[in-house]
Design a protein around this ligand. Sequence first.
Ligand code: NAD
Ligand code: DAU
Length: 345
Amino acid sequence: MKKHKKNNLLITGGAGFIGCNFVKMLLEDMRIDDLNLVVLDNLSYCGNLQNLDFARNYSNYVFIKGDICDRVLLDKIFAENEINGVINFAAESHVDRSIHDSEPFLRTNVGGTLALLDMSVKHNVKKYLQVSTDEVYGSLSAAEPAFTEQNYIKPRSPYSASKASADHFVMSYYATHNLPVVITRCSNNYGPNQFPEKLIPLMVLNAMEDKDLPIYGDGRNIRDWVYVGDHCAAIWNAFECGNVGEVYNVGGNCELTNLQIVTKILDVLGKPESLIKYVADRPGHDRRYAMNSDKITRELGWKPKVGFEDGFAATIEWYKKNYEWCRKIRSGEYLEYYRRQYENI
Ligand code: NAD
Ligand code: DAU
């Protein structure tokens, strides 16, 4: 890989859902010349190298299989590649898994972030971007206004507690070590390559196979949906132009109940509503998320571009066309998880 370019970026978690869409945006859509990408991912249960197949022929891209908690490896990667920017996607990302076992969330989301921050200070990184989530703000009632960057951090699941903790470490490295950090906090993403443990792909695949669609509780919990490509554009915008020490909320301005989402899926696929099965609620289930993205729009000019109807149709189409991708990853560990999560509820 050629060095001494303007941006030698370390992208962690690039084999996951949002990370691979982000790498694709940079390499295939934006085709930025002055950029070297080092993608680091430990290929955990949801990381899939096939997601990055498109990148193999780019001379300004390398993939390294490794763990963000491995400080010796990080030190070597930063030194050898003259890393001067970091975008941290790597995480344990599924709330239900964090309820079964929260230790991996502490390890990767907090410990891994801390290791990246220490290496970023040591190697004098020029920008560190932490990909965070709206879940750090906790839960809204129907009457409350959408979250702004001024809301208190009030996580309610082990997953969101680990992400909130990471955010606090990131900000502390700005205050204490002067590390130039930016945090983005985004709402629920949908789009191609999402691992089928999450609501939309799980329901699409179950419906395609005429299996039950397990809705937690009364199905009236609300999420604010944003197309993954719009989230990726917001991250790049914040990385390039965001002010250091700042948080930027990112949302789709598209609040829907889980029941609305599932009904739409059945409608598009022409499947009967009798597939819906109400199951026990998620413990501590956050009722509603909604993001106020005024700050990133005002300061950086970002706005979501993909309307829900278009993004949703494209997403369902992607899962139909990539059934083989889904079949392969829904094996082994995933089947065990599925049994544990859904058999007794
Ligand atoms: P994902 O679970 O699909 O991908 C996570 C990736 O991180 C995987 O490729 C995995 O192999 C990798 N990884 C996990 N532990 C690692 C470790 N210790 N070392 C190296 N790599 C590791 O998750 P996603 O949905 O793509 O989310 C990416 C980031 O965006 C996460 O930080 C998540 O908290 C955040 N986020 C997600 C959403 C969403 O709706 N999916 C919304 C807001 C923010
Ligand atoms: O809001 C951003 C967050 O969105 C990200 O930080 C997380 O990484 C991401 O996983 C996602 O978290 P959620 O918990 O909102 O997403 P999930 O797809 O797991 O669930 C969405 C909603 O659907 C939630 O209210 C729970 C419900 N649900 C989910 C599953 C998997 C069901 O009713 N049944 C299910 O089987």
